[in-house]
Structure formats: C-alpha cells, structure tokens
Design a protein around this ligand. Structure first.
Ligand code: BG6
Length: 494
C-alpha cells in the first residue's frame, strides 16, 4: 500500500543521520513502490546548499551504501530539494512558506507535511515555535506531523519542559517520538509471538518464568560521536529508551486491539509498574562501567578516555547492567537483568526468557534449563532450548534447540527500522512511536541512576573486547546465574 501524497521536511539535512539513515530509507521505500510518485523531500539546514548540491551529496551517500541503479537514483533524486534556513531565527523560517507552497502544488500533496527534527536536541523546542510563527503547524490545509529524534529530554524535568514547548504548537496526535528499536521487525515479532500463540500465554508469568535477560551489546566504540556520547552515556543513549521499550514489549499485557492507543496504554502501564529504584538498588543492583584499551575482533582499540571528543577525566559510563523488577500480578518477584555496553565482543541484541526448572530432578541434577532466546539482531530469529535424552545408555539429558531464522523465510521483504517508522508516520500510525506518558515514566524510573551518576557513583573499568566489568558477573551470580554469552543463535546439531 502506498502512502498519502506528502512533503517530508528534514531539519538537520546536512547532518549524519540524514545521509546515513533517512535518505537511504526513503530511497528504498521509493524503490519498492511504497512512496509512489507524489512526494517530495525538502532538506533544511544552515549550510548554504541548493537543490543541486544537496542532490549530489545524497546521491554520493546512496551510491556508497545502498544497492542502487542509475535510473531509480535519478528518478528519486528529482524529488529532493533544499532550503537554507538559519534554524535559530524565527523570521528565517518564512522562507519555507513559498517553498512548501511550490512543492505541494507541484506534487499535489494537499498541504500534507511531515517534519523530521534530526537536529541537535537544543532545537527540538525551537523548531515547532518557529514553524507556528508562519502558520506551518496548522492542519487547515493538509495534515502536519512532527517526528522528534531521541533523546527526548535529558532527564525527567527537561523532558517535561520539552513536552510543554512542543505541545504549545502541536497536539499529541501530531507528535511522533521516534525510537528506532520499535521499528525493528524482530521487536514487533515479539508481540506476534506472544499474542498470536496460545501456548505462551499460560507460561508467560511469574509462575513459570525464573528470570529474564535483555542484552544490547555493541562491539563498536563511540566512533566520531565522543562529544555527544560523553554527555549521555549508556544509560541515556540505550537504556532509558531502546532497552526499556524492549522490556515493555516482553512484559506488557495483551492489548485488546492493535492500535496506537491500546498498545501504548499497555507499554505505559509497564513503565509505571517498574519498581522504583531505592538507594540500595542503585548501590547493589546497578553496575556502571567504562572500557579501557583492548582487542575487539582481532583489532587493538583505544580506551574510552582516549577517544576523540572525550575529556581525559570523563566519568561517563559506556556499560550498564541493572537488575530490576516489575510490580504487578504477572511479574512480581521475577528479576529482569538488563545490560548494554560498547566495545563488547559482539554486536548482539537479544532477550532470553529463562523458565523455571522441574520441581524435582528425576533424571539428572544438571538437567538443562528451558529457555527461549529471541534474537533481535543480527542473525534474527528465535531459539527454544530444552532437554532431551542423550542417545545411549542411561537417562542423561542434553540441551537441544528448535530454531527459527528470519533469513530462512523465502521472499520476505523486511523493512529496516527507519523505513518502517517513516512509512508509519506518513500513514498517521503512531503505534510504534513512544507516547508522552511512557517517556516520562521511563525518565522517572531512571532518575535515581542519573542522581547516582551526578554524585560521582562508581564506574568500573572493563577491558575492550570483554563482556563488561566483573562486578556485572557478580550481580547476576547473586542469584546463582551467569550472563548468557551470546554466540551464534543456532546450536550445532546434536
Ligand atoms: C542509537 C545510539 O540510538 O542506537 C547508538 O545512539 C547505538 O549509540 C545505536 O549505537 C544502536 O542501534 P542499532 O540499531 O545499531 O542497535
């Protein structure tokens, strides 16, 4: 299905995200016929580019990273336009009025406009106000929607201030807070797995689940983003948004129907039920770490403090592990262990549901645990692990697995996260976008961690290329467990 005709205005068009993610996503949607002919993309930034120079830059980025053909590339690039605007000066936004009129006219887009704020966060409160100063937020002539990139605020207070600023000019139904993890096919599949299969429902609770592990590991360091990252750390960069959203998908109740309101009601409920972190939790159930030099995938890499843009005495965490709980009937007493870090041995995002063992070990003391491994990326898929008899004499149980891999689905056309989310925003479907109440509840939950960090909380060192600080192993060992070391999803054949 194609989207309605519209104009997509990207603020921050000369930035990294535009040529790395947004333009490639739009190009791929165009290539597979999901955008139709009647759309235009207007890049907006301070740089003095024009339509032609902007097209050339985007074309180069597409040729470098995407599978392109000259004809499709030419056709697509004809839909790209550029307008230089001093984004801090409200008067200058006036230049957008004739530009948008011209594009709506040319592409018969009936005033439908999707604004994408891919700028430094300091502009998230400014852009809506400047658009409103020229009437570019009203829906009298076509819909107006605005996508806000993360981070949505820096803590609970700043998120609230930002909300007030945006809500002065855009209503909640026009605001799309993007969290690209929700656009990942495998994250959505988690909902289908849980809510379209009868056998999981009776098991998906405190009676059968021992604990849940969520890992968001990356082998890359901070690359060219040291300046940004140092002000964020793993907590704000990955945990408060991406991983808490994934946790909510694991823990939420089934929505009565799948639409933006019901889905997001359930997500918000999980965020509200996270057991508030006490001083004791922060001291005993949280581990923050920072990588020192080491070796990742055979390459010698620098420590965090030597990275470009990072102060030599930085106290920012590049790793975080937390044991948390959800206070409701389904989950009371079930620990959720969540960890994320940079410069770990592999890039892998996965959820492991550890089921309780049998009440009495009939065959062997070391019967394998039942687990369900949901691999978000890479090698997307699901693996069920359980015990079967080892061939031969006796009754020794051995762990075997039943595996599903996305790659085996012949002909599946899987959209990337940005493709999916841009398409949804153009269709007016906010189901996979974060809603204001959930965002605030998430900030509220992490505030004690922010306070701990601000008060110089302990940061453990870990060598790049290892699975994080030893303290994180001790955290989970208190329950007699070890973190799963994610290697390949599929087990070797028995
Ligand atoms: C971004 C973070 O939101 O997500 C990055 O700012 C991180 O630091 C990235 O690397 C991870 O996304 P993905 O899709 O590669 O897992």
């Amino acid at each position: 299905m194609q989207t309605e005709n519209s104009c997509i205005v990207i603020f921050g068009a000369s930035g990294d995200l535009t040529h790395r993610k947004l333009i490639p996503a739009l190009y791929n949607l165009f290539k597979i016929g999901r955008l139709g002919e009647n759309f235009s993309v207007l890049g907006v930034a301070r740089s003095e580019l024009n339509d032609e120079t902007f097209r050339t830059k985007m074309r180069e980025a597409l040729i470098k990273n995407e599978d392109t053909t000259p004809e499709t590339l030419d056709e697509f690039c004809h839909h790209l336009y550029y307008q230089a605007v001093n984004t801090a000066d409200a008067d200058d936004y006036g230049k957008l009025v004739p530009r948008l009129d011209e594009l709506h006219d040319k592409y018969q887009t009936c005033g439908n406009t999707l604004y994408y704020m891919s700028t430094p966060p300091s502009l998230y409160g400014v852009i809506p106000e400047c658009l409103a100063a020229h009437g570019l937020n009203t829906e009298e002539y076509g819909w107006k929607r605005i996508i806000v990139e993360k981070p949505f605020g820096y803590d609970e207070k700043t998120a609230q201030v930002l909300d007030v600023q945006i809500h002065r000019f855009f209503e909640e139904h026009q605001i799309y807070r993007i969290d690209h993890y929700l656009g990942k096919e495998t994250v959505q599949n988690l909902l289908v797995l849980r809510f379209s299969n009868g056998w999981f429902e009776p098991l998906w609770n405190r009676n059968f689940i021992d604990y849940v592990e969520i890992t968001g590991a990356e082998s890359i360091g901070v690359e060219e983003r040291g300046g940004y990252y140092d002000g964020s750390g793993a907590m704000r960069d990955m945990f408060q948004n991406h991983l808490l959203q994934v946790l909510a998908m694991v823990a939420m109740e089934p929505p009565a129907i799948i639409n933006a309101d019901s889905m997001r009601d359930e997500v918000a409920k999980v965020m509200h039920c996270l057991r508030p972190l006490t001083q004791e939790d922060v001291e005993h159930n949280l581990v923050l770490g920072q990588y020192s030099a080491g070796e990742v995938n055979g390459n010698i890499v620098k420590g965090y403090l030597e990275e470009k843009g990072v102060p030599a005495d930085s106290h920012t965490e590049t790793y975080m592990a937390l044991r948390c709980e959800i206070e409701n009937w389904r989950w009371a007493g079930v620990p959720f262990y969540v960890r994320t870090g940079k410069r770990l041995p592999a890039r892998v995002t996965e959820i492991v549901i550890h089921f309780k063992t049998t009440p009495h070990p009939v065959f062997s003391q070391n019967a394998p645990e039942n687990k369900l491994i949901i691999r978000i990326q890479p090698d997307e898929g699901i693996s069920m692990r359980f015990g079967l008899k080892k061939p031969g004499a006796g009754f020794e149980a051995k762990e075997v697995s039943m595996d599903f891999r996305y790659a085996d689905l012949a002909g599946a056309q899987v959209l990337t996260a940005y493709e999916r989310l841009l398409l949804d925003a153009m269709k007016g479907d906010a189901t996979l976008f974060a809603r204001t109440d959930a965002v605030h509840a998430a900030w509220k939950f992490v505030q004690p961690i922010l306070d701990y960090k601000a008060n110089g909380g302990r940061i453990h060192e870990y060598e790049a290329g290892t699975w994080g600080p030893v303290a994180a192993d001790k955290l989970i060992a208190r329950q007699g467990k070890v973190w799963r070391k994610p290697s390949g999803l599929m087990k070797k054949k028995v």
